[in-house]
Structure formats: structure tokens, C-alpha cells
Design a binder for this molecule. Structure first.
Ligand SMILES: [Zn+2]
Length: 219
């Protein structure tokens, strides 16, 4: 017995010493997500700010806007962000039968993905999903993604309100809903420029949706 123990403990130590250390294991995760773009101005400003802080985010894009601003959509891919599906024309789920929903998703998909192994995430317009919708989405190979913090930037919340809302409600695993396409003026670029360094100081690590533990498709 003592022989076995004396062998096992040094071997365990050697194994532990060579295991890759997960330096991010203790860090809280947060995912910034941006809906409805691309937008020629706001998405470009948001991408510049994300680059400044070396942060990757997830863009739930609308196919018809990719057709309008393909160079911005290309930038999202090129700069390492996750591009995800938010339908082709942003119609509400309630208006769509199974066939129409499938078309909305696949038409957007054809503009986003050129590789089958790209992880597929879908967010419904306005975040409303029926059980039937979920079935269709999953059959198409998608994971539905909602959020736990709504910044209300779509309703033109002020920079201060957005910052306060996110800092007050952020927790490990938070998915924050922003919009990179709004009509009129947007507080979003300014708000994220304030939020990113503050959240980093608070110990958060920025991840894309597919990097987030709770959406880990392998588990
Ligand atoms: Zn939307």
C-alpha cells in the first residue's frame, strides 16, 4: 500500500504540473451582443471601440441589412467577432408560419456563413419565441439566445442609464442586449466605451456567445 501511494503521488504531481493551466478559469464571463445591424455608422463605431479594448462580441445580424452594408458585415467577420442570425427581414415570430420562419433563417444564414462548422446561434426579433419556433430553430441546427440585461438602447436610453443598468445588473454569464442599428441617434457606442474598461476592472472577461460556458455546445 505504501509503495503504491509513494508512486501515485509523484506521478499525480507530474501530471498536474504539465496540465495546461486555464488562466481564465476564475474570471467572470460577460457577452456583449448587438442586434439588428449592420449599420454603416454605428456598427463601424462599435467595431472601432471593441478593437481599441481588444474585445470580441456577437452581432445578431439582419440579412437585409447585410445586403445594404456588406462591407461592415465583412469587417465583423474579419475582426474576429461572432456573427449570428437575427432573421432576414426582422419580422416578428408571431407573423411567421413554420415555412416562413425557415425561409427567414436560411436566407439570413446564406449571407452569414460560408462554413458548415461555424457555430449557429439565433435570436428572435423582440426576444419572443414559442415552443414551435424553438423546434424549428433547433431543427435547423441553431441554439436560441436571449439575454438577461436589456440596455433599452433601442428606446434611446441615455449613455448614463445604459452604463448604470449594465454595471448594476452584470453577473457571471450575463448576456447584454445592445443594438447597433437604431433609427435616430444612438447612445450605444459611447456607453460601451465607458462600460468595457469598468467591467474589465471588475474582473469580467469578454466572450462571444459561443465561448460562453452556458452555451458550450460540446457539454
Ligand atoms: Zn432585433
Amino acid at each position: 500500500m505504501s509503495f503504491a501511494k509513494s508512486k501515485v503521488i509523484p506521478i499525480l504531481c507530474v501530471i498536474l504540473a504539465f496540465l495546461p493551466t486555464n488562466i481564465h478559469a476564475h474570471q467572470k464571463q460577460i457577452a456583449f451582443t448587438f442586434d439588428d445591424g449592420p449599420h454603416y455608422k454605428y456598427t463601424a463605431e462599435i467595431l472601432d471601440i471593441l478593437n481599441k479594448y481588444n474585445v470580441k462580441a456577437t452581432f445578431f445580424t439582419v440579412g437585409s441589412n447585410i445586403e445594404r452594408f456588406p462591407e461592415i458585415a465583412e469587417r465583423e467577420h474579419r475582426e474576429g467577432h461572432q456573427v449570428a442570425n437575427h432573421t432576414f427581414s426582422h419580422r416578428h415570430m408571431k407573423e411567421l408560419d413554420e415555412n416562413e420562419l425557415t425561409k427567414e433563417i436560411l436566407k439570413c444564414e446564406s449571407l452569414i456563413y460560408n462554413s458548415d462548422d461555424y457555430p449557429k446561434f439565433f435570436r428572435p426579433p423582440e426576444g419572443v419565441l414559442s415552443e414551435e419556433n424553438v423546434k424549428v430553430i433547433k431543427e435547423l441546427g441553431y441554439t436560441p439566445v436571449l439575454w438577461d440585461i436589456d440596455t433599452k438602447d433601442w428606446a434611446h436610453a441615455s449613455v448614463e442609464n445604459i452604463v448604470e443598468n449594465v454595471l448594476k445588473n452584470a453577473k457571471d454569464g450575463s448576456v447584454v442586449l445592445f443594438h447597433d442599428f437604431v433609427s435616430g441617434t444612438s447612445s450605444t457606442p459611447k456607453a460601451i466605451d465607458i462600460l468595457i474598461p469598468k467591467l474589465k476592472e471588475m474582473g469580467y472577461r469578454f466572450v462571444t456567445v459561443s465561448e460562453m460556458k452556458k452555451f458550450d455546445l460540446a457539454s
